[in-house]
Design a protein around this ligand. Structure first.
Ligand code: GLN
Length: 209
């Protein structure tokens, strides 16, 4: 079975471990640079609080090793704060704002859904399963407001359905760029393992290369 590391500095890493085990991965926690070994086939960056995660990663000298892991081409999934951490830019942030691992060519807007719908649950379709409704839990979630070339949108939300805009329109909430999968919501907090299964397929196909 592939060995998947879960960044375990703070946030919802435990639920990811459970989900990854359920889809057939061997799982290990990443807490310091020495945990990011060559033996890891993939990495998950969980939700939580992206500025806290960045401070901890800086303090533990994990930022550079994380960037190297991303650049190594091995699959990395970032969920919610993990997506923010993987993004190239954060909207509305000045020079020298929060530190990011980067690598995923998107801009994200933190806490996009504001206080009124701060947390909500909905169903989404994904491009890899267009005829299935997948449960999605959003908790002070970011939105993806810019998508670079080479980034594909796997899932979007209808702005009308979530009360963001009566005129509707689509908002990207899950994207992929080569080895990087970024998801604005919390797939580990539902019983639907579709996103982890999809990530597992990315891992298995990366192992064939
Ligand atoms: N609002 C958090 C942030 O900006 C993300 C929330 C989450 O991961 N559930 O980092």
């Amino acid at each position: 079975a592939p060995l998947v590391g879960v960044l375990a500095l703070q946030g919802g890493f435990h639920e990811h471990k459970v989900m990854l085990a359920r889809v057939g991965a061997k799982v290990t926690e990443v807490r310091q640079p020495k945990d990011l070994t060559a033996a890891l086939h993939a990495l998950v960056i969980p939700g939580g609080e992206s500025t806290t995660m960045a401070h901890l990663a800086r303090h533990l000298d994990l930022l550079q090793p994380l960037r190297e892991f991303v650049a190594s081409g091995r699959p990395v999934m970032g969920t919610c704060a993990g997506l923010i951490f993987l993004a190239k830019d954060v909207d509305g942030q000045k020079e020298g704002g929060q530190e990011l691992v980067g690598g995923l060519d998107v801009t994200v807007h933190r806490n996009h859904f504001g206080s009124q719908v701060d947390s909500f649950q909905t169903t989404l379709t994904a491009s890899f399963a267009p005829d299935r409704q997948i449960e999605a839990v959003f908790i002070r979630a970011p939105a993806i407001t810019r998508v670079g070339h080479g980034v594909s949108i796997l899932s979007s939300l209808d702005k009308k359905v979530v009360g963001l805009d009566p005129d509707g329109g689509q908002l990207a909430v899950a994207v992929q760029q080569a080895n990087l999968l970024g998801v604005a919501f919390h797939p580990e907090l539902t019983t639907d393992d579709s996103w982890h299964k999809y990530f597992m397929e990315m891992i298995l196909s990366s192992l064939k290369k």
